[in-house]
Design a protein around this ligand. Structure first.
Ligand code: GUN
Length: 307
C-alpha cells in the first residue's frame, strides 16, 4: 500500500442501521402482540424546506416499514406558533402517539425553544427537551438525541470499549455536539469540545483517537488533521456543486460531509462515509426511542436492541 492508498476501514452505517431497524420492528411487533400497544410516532413539519421534506418523508416511510404507526403533520409555513403549540398539546394527550418530533429548522417567526419545551419529555424522541438534556448530563435514563446515539452505537460496535480514549467533538450544537460529548464522557472517554473559537484546531484534532465532525462546513477536516489510525465519525451533510463542471453549471449538486473523505481515509483507521454513515443511524435510533417510549407506556421493560 502506498501513502496515497485509502487505508481506512469503512464504517457501514447504512447496513448497521438496516439491522437495527429490523430489530426494532421485531421488538415492536412483540410489544404489540403481548400488550396491544403499537408504537406510534408523530412528525411535525412547518413550511416547505426541501431538505426537511426529504428527511420527514424518510422518517415516515421507515417507521411504517418497521410496522409502527406513523403520522405526519405538515403545516403551512405561515402557521402561527399558537397553532403549532395546540397541535403539540393534542399529540401529548394522544394515547396512540408515543413519540413526537418537530422537524428543525422552524420558520423564524416561531420560537423553537418554546415549541420543543412544550413536548411531553417522555414523548420527546429527539431528546431535545431541557429535561432530557439534563437527564443526560447527570446520567439519568431519558430520551437521548438520535444522531449522537447512533454515533456512539457505531463507535462501540467498531471499537468495543471506548474507555480512556481521547475524543474530540468539533461542533457545540445542542442537537449533536453537546449530547455527543456527554455520551462519550459516559463511555469514559477524555472529551474535548472544539468550536469556531478553538485555537489551532488541526493540532487539537490530531490528539483525537475518536474525531467527531459536526460543524456543517463541507470537507473542512483534511487528512493532515487526523491522527494515523484514528476513528473518524462524520456527521456533516453538506450540498456542494457536482464534480462534473457541466452538471455543476446545470445546478446539479452532491452531498459531502464535514470531512474531506478521500484525503482523511488515507490516514484514519476507520471512517464513516457521507452518505451512508451516520445519517441512516439517526432514523434507526428515532425508531428505537419511539419503541422505548411505547414500552414505558405499556409498563414493560424494552427488549435489548443490541446486535
Ligand atoms: N433537523 C436536522 N436534524 C434534525 C433532527 O435530528 N431532529 C429534528 N427534529 N430536526 C432535525
Amino acid at each position: 500500500m502506498t501513502a496515497d492508498t485509502p487505508s481506512a476501514t469503512l464504517i457501514d452505517g447504512k447496513a448497521f442501521a438496516a439491522r437495527l431497524t429490523t430489530r426494532v420492528g421485531a421488538a415492536a411487533a412483540r410489544l404489540e402482540a403481548s400488550t396491544g400497544v403499537r408504537p406510534g410516532l408523530a412528525v411535525v413539519i412547518v413550511g416547505e424546506d426541501a431538505a426537511s421534506q426529504i428527511y420527514v418523508r424518510n422518517k415516515g416511510e421507515t417507521t411504517l416499514r418497521a410496522g409502527m404507526r406513523s403520522d405526519t403533520h405538515a403545516l403551512p409555513k405561515d402557521s402561527s406558533q399558537i397553532d403549532l403549540l395546540a397541535l403539540i398539546a393534542r399529540l401529548n394527550a394522544d394515547a396512540g402517539i408515543h413519540g413526537i418530533l418537530v422537524q428543525l429548522p422552524l420558520p423564524d417567526h416561531i420560537d423553537a425553544a418554546l415549541v420543543l419545551g412544550a413536548i411531553d419529555p417522555d414523548k420527546d424522541v429527539d431528546g431535545f427537551h431541557v429535561i432530557n438534556a439534563g437527564r443526560l448530563a447527570v446520567g439519568l435514563p431519558g430520551m437521548v438525541p438520535c444522531t449522537p446515539l447512533g454515533c456512539v452505537m457505531l463507535l462501540k460496535h467498531e471499537l468495543g470499549s471506548l474507555s480512556g480514549l481521547n475524543a474530540v467533538v468539533v461542533g457545540r450544537s445542542n442537537i449533536v455536539g453537546k449530547p455527543m460529548a456527554q455520551l462519550l464522557l459516559a463511555e469514559s472517554c477524555t472529551v474535548t469540545i472544539a468550536h469556531s473559537r478553538t485555537r489551532d484546531l488541526p493540532a487539537l484534532c490530531r490528539t483525537a483517537d475518536i474525531l467527531v465532525a459536526a460543524v456543517g462546513r463541507a470537507e473542512m477536516i483534511t487528512g493532515d488533521w487526523i491522527k494515523p489510525g484514528a476513528t473518524v465519525i462524520d456527521v456533516g451533510i453538506n450540498r456542494v456543486p457536482s464534480r462534473d463542471p457541466v452538471k455543476a453549471a446545470e445546478g446539479r449538486t452532491r452531498i459531502v460531509g464535514d470531512v474531506a473523505f478521500e484525503d482523511a481515509a488515507r490516514v484514519a483507521g476507520r471512517i464513516t462515509p457521507v452518505p451512508g454513515g451516520v445519517g441512516p443511524m439517526t432514523i434507526a435510533c428515532l425508531l428505537a426511542n419511539t419503541y422505548t417510549a411505547a414500552c414505558r407506556v405499556a409498563g414493560v421493560q424494552p427488549d435489548s436492541l443490541d446486535a
